[in-house]
Design a protein around this ligand. Structure first.
Ligand SMILES: O=C(O)CCC(=O)C(=O)O
Ligand SMILES: [Fe+2]
Length: 377
C-alpha cells in the first residue's frame, strides 16, 4: 500500500480549489475516506508520534487539578486559593466543578451548537467573513488565511459585547440559538468574574500586600471586559493520526472557560508531555491565557494546548475567552513588581494581538514570547 500522503495527493486532484475553505464538516458530509493532503502534518507534529511510550506513562501518573467552586466560596477559601495558585503556577489550567451554572444552560448551549453545525452548508456559510472584528464569523482550521496545513476543525466565533448590539447578528437558526447562547454568555461572564476575583487574591497569597480598593477597580474593568465565544466542531476524521483539530496554542485573554461535550480530544502540555483532559460532566475547563501570564509577571503560565480528533465521533466544544476591554492595556500588576521581581513583559493590548494574528501563522506561544522583556540586556 502506498504511503498515506501519496494516496491522498491523488485523491486531492478530485477536490476543487476552494473546497478546503468550506470546512471539514463539508468534507465529512461528502464522505471523504482519506485525509486530504492539505491536512497532513509533518511527521514530527502529528499526535502520538513523539516519545509515545513515555507519553502513556506520564499521562497515567498525572492527576489534573480540579477546583470545587462551592468550597472556594466557603470557610476553606484560603486552602482552596492555595490549590488554585498551585494549579495556575504548575499547570496554567484547572477544571472547575460545582460552579452553580444550571446544567440546563450548559446542555442547551451544546444542543444549539450541535444543531447549528448540522444545518445545510448554505445556511452556515451565510456567516463566513474575512473581517476578524465581525460580530459573527464562521470558518475553518485555525487561521484559514495563513495556515499552510489546515486543521480538522470548523468554528463559529461570536463577539459578545455589548450583547444587545451583537445579538441581532448572531445566527437565527436553529431558532433557539440566540436565546440559549445569550443565557450561556451571561452565566459564564459571572463565573469568570468570580473566578478572576479568586485569581487576584491567590496572586497576593504569601505577599505582605493586602487587597485594596484598587483591586475592586480592576474587577470593575473586567465587568466591562471583552468576551469572545468560539464554538468548535470537530467531525469524525478518517485518519486522525495524520492531523490535529487544533494545533498547539495558548489563548490570548485572562481566562478561557471551556465547555467540552462528552468526547475526549483536548490535551494540555505539562512538563513537556501532552496530557488528555478527560471530560467531567458539567465541569468547565479553565485555561490561563497570555494576558494573565503578563499580568502575573510570569508567575502564572498560559497553558499550551491542542486538540486531537478521532475516527468515529463528532466533538463539540465552546470556548468563552475573557479579557479586559479590547482597548485596555495589559501589563504586569504593579503590586507584584519590586526590585527583586522586576517587570518581565511589555505592555500589550488586544489590537497588537490582532495585528499579530492577521500578519502570520500563529504558532505555540510566539505572541507571548514577543512581549517578553530581555532582563539580561
Ligand atoms: O476544543 C477544545 O477542547 C479546545 C478549543 C480551544 O482551544 C480554543 O477554542 O481556543
Ligand atoms: Fe484554545
Amino acid at each position: 500500500m502506498p504511503p498515506a500522503t501519496e494516496m491522498t495527493e491523488v485523491q486531492d486532484d478530485t477536490l476543487q480549489i476552494g473546497q478546503y475553505q468550506k470546512g471539514v464538516k463539508q468534507l465529512y458530509d461528502k464522505g471523504v475516506n482519506r485525509v486530504p493532503y492539505k491536512y497532513i502534518l509533518p511527521v514530527q507534529e502529528r499526535p502520538g508520534t513523539t516519545h509515545a511510550e513515555f507519553d502513556i506513562i506520564a499521562k497515567e501518573n498525572i492527576k489534573l487539578p480540579v477546583i470545587d467552586f462551592i468550597e472556594l466560596q466557603g470557610s476553606c477559601r484560603q486552602q482552596i486559593l492555595k490549590s488554585l495558585a498551585d494549579a495556575c503556577e504548575q499547570y496554567g489550567f484547572f477544571q472547575v466543578v460545582n460552579h452553580g451554572i444550571p446544567s440546563g444552560v450548559i446542555s442547551n448551549m451544546i444542543n444549539v451548537a450541535k444543531k447549528f453545525f448540522e444545518l445545510p452548508y448554505e445556511e452556515r456559510s451565510k456567516y463566513m467573513s474575512s473581517d476578524m472584528n465581525a460580530s459573527v464569523r464562521y470558518g475553518t482550521s485555525f487561521n484559514q488565511n495563513k495556515d499552510s496545513v489546515f486543521c480538522w476543525r470548523d468554528f463559529l466565533k461570536l463577539m459578545c459585547d455589548p450583547l444587545t448590539d451583537v445579538l441581532p447578528h448572531w445566527p437565527s437558526r436553529p431558532t433557539d440559538f440566540r436565546h440559549s447562547a445569550a443565557t450561556y454568555v451571561k452565566e459564564t461572564k459571572y463565573l469568570f468574574l468570580t473566578l478572576m476575583q479568586a485569581v487576584l487574591e491567590s496572586l497576593l497569597l504569601g505577599t505582605t500586600t493586602c487587597k485594596t480598593e484598587e483591586d475592586d477597580e480592576i474587577l470593575r474593568e473586567f465587568e466591562h471586559g471583552g468576551q469572545l465565544m468560539a464554538v468548535n466542531c470537530y467531525p469524525p476524521c478518517p485518519e486522525p493520526d495524520l492531523t490535529l483539530g487544533m494545533p498547539p496554542h495558548s489563548d490570548y485573554g485572562f481566562l478561557t472557560l471551556l465547555l467540552q461535550d462528552e468526547v475526549e480530544g483536548l490535551q494540555i502540555q505539562h512538563q513537556g508531555e501532552w496530557v488528555n483532559v478527560e471530560p467531567i460532566a458539567n465541569a468547565f475547563v479553565v485555561n490561563l491565557g497570555d494576558h494573565l501570564e503578563i499580568f502575573s509577571n510570569g508567575r502564572y503560565k498560559s497553558v499550551l494546548h491542542r486538540v486531537v480528533v478521532n475516527s468515529d465521533k463528532n466533538r463539540i466544544s465552546v470556548a468563552s475567552l475573557h479579557s479586559l476591554p479590547f482597548t485596555s492595556m495589559v501589563r504586569p500588576w504593579a503590586k507584584l513588581i519590586n526590585e527583586a521581581n522586576p517587570r518581565r513583559y511589555k505592555d500589550t493590548n488586544f489590537a497588537s494581538f490582532m495585528e499579530y494574528i492577521i500578519s502570520c501563522e500563529p504558532r505555540k506561544k510566539e505572541f507571548l514570547e514577543s512581549r517578553k522583556i530581555d532582563l539580561l540586556s
